[in-house]
Structure formats: C-alpha cells, structure tokens
Design a protein around this ligand. Structure first.
Ligand code: PLP
Length: 294
C-alpha cells in the first residue's frame, strides 16, 4: 500500500440507506491530483473535517467523530453526511493502515463553485511521533481569541463549535506561540476566560476534581476530552464543565492539552510560570488513550 491514500465518497449515494456502500468509494493516491481547482474547500476553507487517531489499524472513537462531523455540517448548513457511508469509508481506510499510529481525516466540503453536491473524502497518513511530547509535555502561552465567552450564541455565523476547514487562525496562533518561545497556546475569551488550544482541549486538575471549559463558550467539544472524562470518572474522580477565569490556570495542580492524535500532553509552563506535571497520571492517561476505544 502507498504511504498515504485517500478515498473519495460519491455524494450521489449519500442520501441512500443501504447496507453496503463499498461501491461508492474511489481509492486515489493521495499524492495524485484529485480535486477540482474550483473546490470551495480550497478557495474559501468552506467545509468541515475530523481527524481520527488510528492505532494498529483500529480507528479510535469513530462514532463520536462522526457525530461531531454531522454537528459541524449542521452548523455550516451543509447537507447532512450519511454516517453509515462515512463509517464504512473509515473502516476501509483503517483496515489498510499498517501497525503503528496513523491519522485518518474526514473532509466534507461545500463542493465546487456552483456545483450541485458537496465533495467528501477520507485520507490516511502516518501520524507524527508524539511519544516524546506525551512525556516531556508542552509549554504554553495564553492568547486573546478576541471574542467574549457568549459570542457563539450572539454570532452563530462565526461557526464556533464547528470543526471547519478554516484553520488559518489556529495555525497563526501556534506560530505566535512559537515566536514567544512556547510550544503551544491557550486561547482566552476577551472577557478573560479559558477556552481551548488551537488544536486541542484543555483539562485542569484541582485536587481530585478535573475541570474543562464548558463547550457552550464557542469551543469545540473534544472527543478526547470526553473519553478522558469517562476514564477519570471510572477511577472515581470528579470531572466537570465550568467557566474558568484565566487567573485560575496558575492555581491548577496539573493541566493537559488533549487531542485525538497527540493524545494527552502535560502542560509544563503557562506564560513562563512553571506548572507541576502529574507524570503518573499522564502515563496512565496516554496508556488508556492508546488502548482500543470505540
Ligand atoms: N479544539 C480544537 C480547536 C481542535 O482543533 C481540536 C482537535 O483538533 C480539539 C479541540 C480536540 O478535539 P479531539 O479531541 O476530538 O481531537
């Protein structure tokens, strides 16, 4: 198998209910030209996506990712994806992934300009090696997101809460963090509350209580955060959603950035102030996140 590959999903079949969608996928070499230059995903970032971690050919948490894809499509007024068609495409892609860590991306674009249907495709590629960062952790800086906490309700056209293809701002925030000598960033609302990282959710530990910002504040609900909460609750910890003022980060006993492919990265410093790292729990979290999860 090629190192990377993609499956294009036929949108004409997307509305159908059927048991076998295998005839609706076209396998293409991910290095070969496949998209039209009129694609609105490339022209305007007009579409939604998901990144799914794959470990030894097992795609992690497929249903939560598909549900979030459907929610992102709804927020963006895109046609509802046929989740069974996507589920089968992910299964085909995962079965082709060799041992080790891979990443499967699902992309649903508004399609070509003036075209009748969305464009949909799935890619598979080797994941970066995050084994070191899962132990050594990341330093972060806080960056102003420029919006108050209640912006998602007041301005739904900002599409906050959807995982859209418009990630240029998120990538710019990472570059700004690097310019400031940090590895990653935590966005703050303009009224001073903690939101999320550009590509990860934030979980803070205060004693035996774990806290993450409430998803109503215009952040993406992370599938990894949900999975980590299930694990923590299984171990008898309390895990909840709160509005967290930025000043509380420094009071945390430990904190992590969690996401589907990097998994749990402990935070070592915030704006130059050291934060203690819970090495034992970090190891447990990553062991759990690396185990097969559905
Ligand atoms: N928040 C943002 C902005 C993200 O881009 C991501 C993942 O890419 C996350 C949170 C974490 O989501 P998940 O755990 O589903 O990967």
């Amino acid at each position: 198998m090629a190192q990377r590959f993609a499956l294009i999903l036929d949108p004409a079949d997307a509305a159908e209910e059927r048991a076998d969608f295998s005839g609706t996928f076209t396998v293409v070499d991910a290095g070969a030209p496949a998209l039209s230059v009129s694609e609105l995903s490339t022209q305007r970032g007009d579409g939604v996506f998901e990144s799914i971690g794959v470990i030894d050919a097992h795609a992690q948490e497929v249903v939560p990712h598909l549900e979030r894809l459907a929610n992102s499509a709804r927020i963006c007024d895109l046609p509802a994806p046929n989740l069974e068609q996507w589920r089968q495409a992910v299964a085909v892609a995962a079965a082709e992934c060799p041992a080790g860590e891979w990443v499967i991306k699902l992309i649903l674009s508004r399609g070509v300009e003036h075209g009748p249907t969305p464009t949909a495709w799935v890619t598979a590629a080797p994941a970066s090696d995050f084994s070191e960062v899962r132990m050594a952790g990341v330093s972060v800086v806080t960056l102003d997101r420029g919006y108050p906490l209640d912006v998602a309700e007041r301005a739904p056209w900002l599409l906050l809460g959807a995982k859209t293809l418009s990630y240029a701002v998120n990538m710019a925030a990472l570059r700004e963090a690097h310019r400031r000598g940090a590895d990653d960033a935590i966005f703050l609302s303009s009224d001073g509350y903690v939101l999320e990282a550009p590509t990860a959710s934030l979980i803070l530990r205060f004693g035996d209580r774990f806290v993450t910002p409430a998803p109503s504040g215009g952040i993406l609900q992370g599938t990894t955060q949900l999975s980590v909460y299930e694990y923590l609750e299984g171990r008898g910890f309390e895990a909840g959603y709160e509005q967290v003022p930025a000043s509380r980060i420094a009071e945390a006993d430990a904190a992590w950035l969690v996401s589907s492919v990097r998994l749990a990265a402990p935070i070592t410093a915030v704006d130059g102030r050291l934060l203690s790292v819970d090495h034992a729990l970090t190891t447990d979290l990553n062991q759990y996140l690396l185990s097969p999860r559905d």
